[in-house]
Design a protein around this ligand. Structure first.
Ligand code: ZN
Length: 323
């Protein structure tokens, strides 16, 4: 079969977002050209209106991912849904993210103009020696949570644990979380709804504080969620592939490629998102298409019908697809 260039993999151009807690590692560690100031987020594969990525190069050069989703459904095997469902980010948590929680689809749909909820997960790329994640909380109900917040009993309230490169955390809607001192590959639903419990009394450059959303937090927090004690990945690696999580929205897996172990992944999904997160680099070929070079910080979207993805080189990748 002759290669169909319109079905080849696509490279979205990332969108960078300044954040009060961000740093400069998206430039120094990943080599991206980023705006001045503290930059916290690289929206690497996104069709969300707050950061829609244009495709760079290839048959779809200059077209936005939201446009392709709406107008070229063959690229996604006619996948259902009124918007591209996933959002892939790199976070540079130089300082603490706000202590936050996200709603599920039902709550976000009803209270946030039809937004999706936000299930997300974090793969830790780099962690400072003292890096911590806050994930989960210890109050039993709304009243106890509200009282502990009012009394600033943060260390009693929040489940805080050390993190290390290679850890992985699923963060379901309703789970209170924050992190500091880490670079993170985030896979999430395409949503930008965050409710803040606490922002460390920080002020923005104009002197104002970021808004808190206590009423919404109390509505959406899952008071019965079990508390995690670590983020170590225990799933087995099979032929270079480790399944990190599977939920009703997405599956996420890690791919390790070494010079003596190339990896081939069948691409039989409506689409697949792939990010190269570490290593010296390598190549990917989709089906009988052209060879593409990959380097740390490369992200691509493999459309329906692109063929198997054949990787060679020395690199670690995080891949996902929607369910
Ligand atoms: Zn979050």
């Amino acid at each position: 079969m002759a290669s169909d260039i319109t079905r080849d993999i696509m490279f979205p151009k990332p969108v960078f977002v300044e954040k009060i807690w961000g740093g400069r590692k998206l430039e120094t560690e990943f080599g991206y050209t980023i705006p001045d100031g503290p930059v916290g987020e690289c929206w690497s594969i996104s069709a969300h209106p707050n950061g829609d990525c244009p495709i760079e190069g290839g048959a779809w050069d200059g077209r936005y991912l939201s446009d392709l989703w709406a107008n070229e459904p063959q690229l996604f095997a006619g996948a259902k849904g009124d918007r591209f469902p996933l959002l892939i980010k790199i976070l540079d948590a130089h300082d603490y993210l706000s202590v936050q929680v996200h709603p599920d689809d039902a709550y976000a749909g009803a209270h946030e103009n039809g937004s999706l909820g936000k299930s997300e997960c974090w793969y830790i790329l780099e962690a400072d020696p003292d890096a911590r994640i806050m994930i989960g909380q210890k109050a039993h109900d709304r009243d106890e949570f509200a009282a502990m917040v009012a009394e600033h009993r943060w260390s009693e309230l929040l489940n805080e644990i050390p993190i290390h490169a290679g850890d992985f955390f699923a963060i379901n809607p309703g789970t209170v979380h924050a992190v500091k001192g880490a670079l993170i590959l985030e896979t999430q639903q395409s949503s930008d709804v965050t409710y803040r419990v606490y922002d460390f009394d920080r002020r923005q450059p104009d002197g104002s504080e970021r808004e808190l959303h206590m009423a919404q937090c109390l509505d959406v927090i899952d008071f019965s969620a079990p508390l995690l004690t670590d983020g170590a990945v225990t799933a087995p690696e099979v032929d270079g592939i480790t399944k990190l999580m599977s939920c009703s929205y997405f599956d996420v897996f890690r791919v390790r490629v070494s010079p003596d172990k190339p990896v081939v992944i069948p691409q039989d999904k409506p689409f697949m998102c792939v990010s190269m997160v570490s290593g010296k680099g390598g190549t990917v070929v989709a089906g009988d298409g052209p060879t593409h070079e990959l380097e740390k910080g490369s992200h691509f979207l493999a459309p329906a019908g692109c063929g198997d993805l054949a990787f060679a080189g020395d690199m670690e990748l995080i891949a996902s697809y929607a369910n």
